[in-house]
Design a binder for this molecule. Structure first.
Ligand code: SF4
Length: 305
């Protein structure tokens, strides 16, 4: 089947099943193009609460599809490739979190959405890269266990001085790989380019940035900015969306910034999953109830950028 046939089949199945396709900004271009909505983790989580569709086809990594199911337990949530998993989310598990909670009995647990449903169920409030500072400011307690991204935790610490943030030794391999030298080399060739980076980057990369944004923050900022050129310090596929929406501007992506997990979902897999309505996300009622509270608390706080 050629690409056009696949797309028209997907569109027919969308109508048949009353389905919505949600895609993260790091998905391959073809998948972004067939999505009803593309966005960052928070935008997709909010969209998942707003849809009347009966089926959500989630093109992203595991924890994102799980979040859609937690927020819509009555809907069918399809994840076209279950092997599309986030390694950072796998860096924290219920047992180890339990030990740290035991050692810090007064601490509140703030979980980056990049965590599994089981882990979320053991936490107090979630955050994304777009609202982490806002969420932590909203917490009254002084001691906060922040899981799992150290780099995001270190970034938040720059704005919050009256809390004791206990950081978890997790990282996003894709963003942690980004080196300031690679960015500075591009800057040397294109001195007028503004440097935009994601808060999952290392502190020394954050230090040389003009702005630090979530992916949606970058999408919102670029059209308003006076600059015509940008160095994009996040997963390189975001440049596809940026270029599509800002055709007169130029974007320099980073060669190494690729998340292989996000690339596992293809048009063929989307079609196959919509034909069979498999693989479905399935979570126990108990986990859904427990994990929904921290997610809903985060959604109620809203965006920070
Ligand atoms: S970019 Fe990083 S945080 Fe996002 S899915 Fe890939 S590994 Fe996980």
């Amino acid at each position: 089947m050629n690409k056009n046939d696949i797309i028209s089949r997907i569109i027919k199945l969308k109508e048949k099943h009353n389905a919505i396709i949600l895609a993260h900004n790091y998905q391959i271009p073809e998948v972004q193009d067939i999505a009803d909505f593309a966005g960052d983790s928070l935008g997709l989580a909010i969209k998942a609460t707003e849809t009347n569709a009966k089926v959500i086809v989630f093109c992203g990594v595991d924890f994102m599809a799980e979040s859609a199911k937690i927020l819509n337990p009555e809907k069918i949530v399809i994840h076209p490739d279950k092997k599309a998993q986030c390694p950072m989310a796998a860096m924290v598990d219920v047992e180890s979190l339990g030990w740290v909670k035991e050692k810090n009995p007064r601490a509140v647990v703030v979980a980056y959405v990049n965590t599994t449903a089981d882990v979320k169920a053991q936490t107090d409030i979630c955050c994304t890269s777009s609202n982490a500072v806002k969420v932590i400011k909203s917490v009254k307690e002084k001691d906060i266990i922040f899981i799992p991204d150290t780099n995001l935790g270190l970034y938040v610490k720059r704005f919050i001085h009256n809390k004791n943030l206990i950081l978890w030794p997790g990282i996003c391999p894709t963003h942690h790989k980004i080196q300031k030298e690679e960015i500075l080399k591009i800057k040397e060739k294109h001195p007028k380019a503004e440097i935009l980076v994601h808060p999952e980057c290392r502190p020394e990369v954050i230090d040389i940035a003009d702005h630090v944004f979530s992916t949606q923050g970058m999408v919102n900022y670029v059209p308003k900015a006076d600059s015509k050129e940008f160095i994009i310090g996040t997963e390189r596929e975001l440049c596809y969306r940026l270029k599509k929406e800002n055709s007169t501007k130029t974007f320099y992506s980073l060669k190494t910034a690729i998340c292989p997990n996000m690339k596992k979902i293809t048009l063929q897999k989307v079609l196959k999953s919509m034909e069979s309505l498999e693989p479905k996300i399935s979570l126990s009622e108990e986990i859904i109830q427990m994990a929904k509270k921290p997610l809903q608390r985060m959604i109620d706080i809203g965006r920070g950028d």
